[in-house]
Design a protein around this ligand. Structure first.
Ligand code: ZN
Length: 358
């Protein structure tokens, strides 16, 4: 079976602000790399015809088998950024592979925030300034919003509630400086000339929330006390942050239980970038296993599972669980969704299996 996997293919760049390295103990790029590794693992497992286990995980999360033949047009942003897909209708499986393969392959770190497609920050929003602007809504032309002057983007979400979120993404470009017109720099980037710099017009900004870096620093403190993490032979996916530790990483005697959740948060937010254009399909709860289960398979607009950022991030996390073993388990194998009971499966219960692909 010949399948053409559509991918934007363009090499994309991310920038890590020093505020992230300060809050995450210089390990932030490692978390980005790990998120990309989740995606690589998911692609490898999904495209393996002998990995029946992961096909089942995909079917549970995306509510359709890999073989589902229905083709449809994808998110506007994804198509705009992807010249191949504007005229190609893909199956859900082809789209999932395309997004995950691109995320796993086509991102590089850059030291220049102005050229980056994605910029990571972690400063409790202190760089944002409240501003009245008229571009976001005609009904409330003087709406209060928040400008990130470093990246020339607005955050138009619920700014106070961002303080309690794991992370959030700002993508409405500031019109500030647009009077100066479009400029092309020496590298062929088309940007908006602001006060003194040139910005990548595809930029989005990902802020890691206070809750995320506090959980990270808590886990660091716990690791220093050498409190061991107990394993169970089953667990709910939402508990995984507390229960899991990879054997490889445990060699350095660290408790990675909380850290392991940072890559998944990064994964989720990366799915909101312009190249993938995925959304939070579940307005009530945007993260967690249950939030993925509660979105519909198909729907009008962005409410369906195949456009849901968290479903992709969860698939990546599930692929990585194959590498996780209990402390006392010396054989191969890893964690995956329960095979015994579909009721357990839809609740996100995971168990250890010696043969992970069965
Ligand atoms: Zn989201």
């Amino acid at each position: 079976m010949a399948i053409t996997y559509i991918s934007p293919r363009k090499l994309k760049k991310y920038y890590i602000d020093p505020s992230c390295d300060a809050k995450f103990d210089q390990q932030f790029d490692g978390f980005v790399q790990q998120a990309m590794e989740y995606a690589r693992r998911a692609v490898n497992r999904l495209t393996s015809s002998s990995d029946l286990d992961f096909a089942r995980v995909y079917e549970t999360l995306f509510k359709m088998p890999k073989s589902d033949k229905q083709r449809f047009n994808w998110a506007n942003d994804f198509r705009l950024m992807n010249p191949h897909s504007a005229s190609v209708r893909m199956t859900a499986y082809e789209h999932v592979i395309g997004v995950l393969r691109d995320f796993a392959t086509n991102w590089r770190r850059t030291p220049n925030h102005w050229e980056a497609d994605v910029r990571f920050h972690c400063d409790a929003q202190t760089r944002f300034i409240p501003i009245h602007h008229s571009s976001s809504s005609s009904s409330s032309p003087r709406a209060l919003t928040y400008l990130d002057p470093t990246n020339s983007v607005f955050n138009t979400g619920s700014f106070p509630s961002n303080l309690t979120r794991q992370a959030f993404t700002s993508y409405e470009l500031s019109t500030e400086g647009s009077a100066n017109g479009q400029v092309h720099n020496l590298f062929g980037l088309t940007g908006i000339q602001g006060q003194s710099n040139v910005q990548n017009p595809a930029r989005v900004v990902i802020d890691l929330g206070q809750a995320t870096w506090e959980a990270f620093s808590d886990s660091t403190r716990r690791a220093k006390r050498k409190t061991s993490t107990r394993y169970h032979d089953n667990a709910s996916v939402s508990d995984l942050g507390m229960l899991l530790k990879s054997k490889v990483e445990s060699k350095v005697d660290d408790d990675v239980s909380q850290w392991s959740s940072v890559p998944k948060i990064i994964f989720h937010e990366m799915m909101h970038c312009r190249y993938y254009g995925l959304c939070d399909a579940n307005a009530n709860a945007t993260v967690g296993w249950q939030s993925c289960m509660d979105v519909v398979r198909w729907g009008s607009g962005p409410s369906c599972v195949v456009l849901n950022a968290e479903s992709y991030a969860m698939l990546g996390l599930m692929a990585w669980l194959a590498d996780i073993r209990p402390d006392d388990e010396e054989t191969a194998g890893g964690y995956t969704l329960s095979r015994e009971d579909e009721g357990e499966r839809v609740k996100g219960v995971v168990r250890f299996y010696a043969d992970i692909t069965a």
